[in-house]
Design a binder for this molecule. Structure first.
Ligand code: NAP
Ligand code: GLV
Length: 312
């Protein structure tokens, strides 16, 4: 098998060593513009359109990340299989990040920080978590771990998915499909977005939907920036309907220095860091998936296969 490597900013050495350990008679190449179209499969992260155009012989792509939206934006040959990264150490990081953000809001740590700066001893009201149900959009590989972590803190958790969840975590209130979205939002005060970016989910955190959250709602977006309509979020915070937001992902990354999110007193901005790709776990997982293809396993039977109809 011939694997070509086209990962923006990635180091091919580690991948090549691990691939050679697992796959006999491997040919490995690092793509450069004009490279001959000889590879069987490609290992990619944010490849340019030129790569796709110059490698029409490829039988499939392995995406070294969980989200495939950047890949699906390219003009791809029809029916080109794509397999993505699943968890590989990201889910626990995302659960940690989301819990931190929501607990910071629920337990009024912002107010406590201000009090400390003023040397002011004042206990806030005892927390009543019945007033802080959390809605999680997406119960996939990452969303499930987020939900489990929130349940560990005894939050009431609502989930929203496209299809009825198989084996939902016990105690969770499951809402399914577009018709259930308003009810899901109306039941939630904390809102976490862990959806893939698809035509159905782009701009989903807009004024109409966010205004359905319970008063004082708090938004955590760890999915993709284009899920949020930026000005709608700012307006709803400034109008007092929402208490604030923690945002890890943005329409343009890096977030432009003059974007209003940076200076907003109720918005926390982090640089796409809620769930970092861990090299060791990712290499091991993707190499295993490539080895399955080399051994003849059909693409759609490989974990992380992207269903072209669903777009994730
Ligand atoms: P996943 O396993 O594919 O799960 C996606 C979930 O979203 C599923 O529960 C799915 O519903 C639901 N969903 C998809 N479209 C929907 C729709 N139209 N309506 C309602 N629910 C819908 O994905 P994942 O591995 O958890 O990753 C989720 C996203 O996280 C990635 O796509 C990526 O954009 C983002 N991400 C961000 C970071 C970061 O550092 N910020 C890191 C990694 C990933 P069903 O269960 O019905 O299919
Ligand atoms: C990161 O954002 C990923 O999709 O893996």
């Amino acid at each position: 098998m011939h694997v070509t490597f086209c990962c923006a900013g990635g180091d091919p050495g580690r991948w090549e060593t691990e691939l050679r350990r697992r796959i006999p008679n491997l040919t490995f190449s690092v793509w450069a513009p004009g490279a001959p179209p000889e590879a069987d499969v490609a290992l990619v992260w944010a490849p340019p359109q030129q790569f796709i155009d110059e490698q029409p012989q490829l039988k499939g792509l392995f995406n070294a990340a969980a989200g495939v939206d950047a890949l699906l934006r390219l003009r791809l040959p029809p029916n080109l299989p794509i397999v993505r990264l699943e968890d590989a150490g990201m889910a626990v990081q995302m659960a940690e990040y989301v819990c931190h953000a929501l607990i910071h809001d629920f337990r009024v740590f912002g107010q406590l920080d201000r009090q400390q700066r003023e040397h002011r001893w004042q206990q806030p009201p005892a927390p009543d978590r019945r007033g802080y149900p959390v809605g999680v959009m997406g119960l996939g590989v990452l969303g499930r771990r987020v939900v489990q972590a929130l349940l560990g803190f005894d939050y009431a958790v609502h989930t929203w998915t496209r299809t009825p969840p198989v084996d939902p975590p016990p105690g969770v209130h499951c809402h399914v499909g577009p018709d259930a979205l308003d009810g899901f939002l109306g039941a939630s005060r904390g809102l976490v977005c862990v959806l893939p970016l698809t035509p159905a989910t782009r701009d989903i955190l807009n004024r109409r939907h966010l205004s359905r959250l319970r008063p004082g709602g708090y938004v955590v977006n760890v999915a993709r920036g284009a899920h949020v309509v930026d000005q709608d979020l700012i307006d709803l915070i400034d109008e007092g309907h929402l208490s604030g937001a923690t945002l890890d992902v943005f329409r343009q990354e890096p977030l432009p220095t003059d974007h209003p999110f940076w200076a907003h007193p109720r918005i926390r901005v982090t640089p796409h860091t809620s769930a970092r790709t861990l090299e060791t776990s990712s290499v091991v997982q993707i190499v295993d998936k490539i080895a399955q293809v080399a051994a003849g396993v059909p693409w759609h039977r490989i974990g992380g296969w992207v269903d072209p109809q669903r777009g994730y």
